[in-house]
Write a protein that binds this ligand. Structure first.
Ligand code: AVJ
Length: 344
């Protein structure tokens, strides 16, 4: 399990345009079924030789807030780099394309999205914005703010795990832009990333576009600093996943018995984040069992893959997408990319 990449029905199409799905009210999070699923996924990950937890469990209200803080850290360049690229290139692109809807996978606080939404509200008043995120409460509070700031847009938040199939609104206005920003794709191993792109592609029609924000391979010191900030926010974000397990699964992880570790694996071209047991420690998940950690043993909580243009082009091709546009920057040290795909 671990990184999101190993989860989900990889072969299932994302498009459910045929399903009669009026926008459902946001469910309380989590439902008992969701808790059961979470427990099963968590247990499967903790039973592996390299214990793993999915990074999707980071994002409760507190985790989402910590991530927001990460995006403002001096060391965490990806958000700033992506925002600079979006600011430079999105307005003209949007004005030309005049999308009637924007579906954003992993929308989070939808902060950078405002650059897109500004353009869309101007070019196509009445357009629909569908922010898709796994955190219901965070999504709903973000949607409130967006409705105030974008009265001309139809805001239809959707709670979903993008590692699985997503039920889109039945009548999504076209042309649509499907966006996956912030290098969220980096949480998926290459094969699972292609599967995610392919599911998204299955929901696309002629004239639609896919907009990907992806972090690029770069100097190891720059990469590692971004995941080992001096203020310790990334460490708190990483450790927060244990609080999430304690609350959602009634587990008893001793959070103080673990510390944060992040490093770049040059061969695999990915950052790995782990929680390291400071001493021998056990944790019990009711209904699932007790898990023992030896001193120094780790649980991997996240991978964050770093790309180059050929990799992105190859992943697009594997998903039936043609790389139509590419920009990277804003400077060599902090290089990030925006890639545009269309049906091939
Ligand atoms: C949201 C997955 C893109 O991989 O950089 C930030 C998450 N983890 N710091 C990333 C994250 C630690 C982030 N993504």
């Amino acid at each position: 399990m671990g990184d999101v990449g190993d989860m989900g029905d990889v072969g299932v199409a994302a498009s459910r345009a045929d399903a009669p799905t009026p926008t459902p009210p946001l469910p309380p999070s989590p439902t008992p079924e969701e808790a059961d699923r979470m427990r099963a996924e968590v247990v499967a990950g903790l039973q592996r030789p390299q214990k793993e937890l999915s990074p999707k469990w980071f994002y409760d209200q507190r985790g989402s807030e910590l991530f927001e803080e990460i995006t403002r850290l001096p060391e965490y360049y990806p958000t700033r780099s992506e925002r600079a690229l979006l600011t430079a290139f999105a307005p003209e692109w949007i004005a030309e394309l005049r999308p009637a809807s924007l579906v954003e996978l992993g929308a989070g606080a939808a902060d950078k999205t405002r650059i897109l939404l500004d353009g869309i509200q101007a070019a196509s008043p009445g357009a629909t914005y569908v922010p898709v995120d796994i955190s219901a409460e965070f999504l709903e509070s973000a949607a409130e703010g967006l409705r105030e700031d974008y009265p001309e847009l139809e805001i239809q938040p959707l709670v979903a795990d993008m590692a699985e199939r997503i039920r889109l609104p039945e009548s999504l206005p076209r042309p649509a832009v499907f966006a996956l920003l912030g290098s969220t794709i980096g949480n998926f191993r290459p094969g699972a990333a292609v599967a995610l792109l392919a599911r998204t592609r299955a929901a696309m029609r002629d004239g639609d576009r896919f907009l990907l924000g992806a972090d690029l391979d770069k100097d190891v010191d720059v990469l590692e600093a971004a995941y080992n900030d001096a203020a310790g926010i990334t460490a708190a974000f990483n450790l927060n996943v244990l609080h999430v397990l304690n609350r959602e699964l009634d587990a008893d992880f001793d959070v103080a018995a673990f510390r944060h570790r992040a490093f770049y694996d040059r061969a695999k071209q990915r950052i790995e984040m782990h929680l390291v047991a400071r001493r021998p420690v056990t944790a019990t998940i009711p209904g699932a069992g007790t898990f023992a950690f030896a001193e120094g043993e780790t649980v991997r909580t996240e991978i964050s893959c770093k790309y180059d243009r050929a990799m992105i082009e190859g992943m697009f091709a594997g998903a039936g997408l043609l790389l139509e546009g590419w920009v990277d920057g804003p400077d060599h040290v902090h290089r990030f990319a925006l890639a545009v795909g269309r049906l091939s």
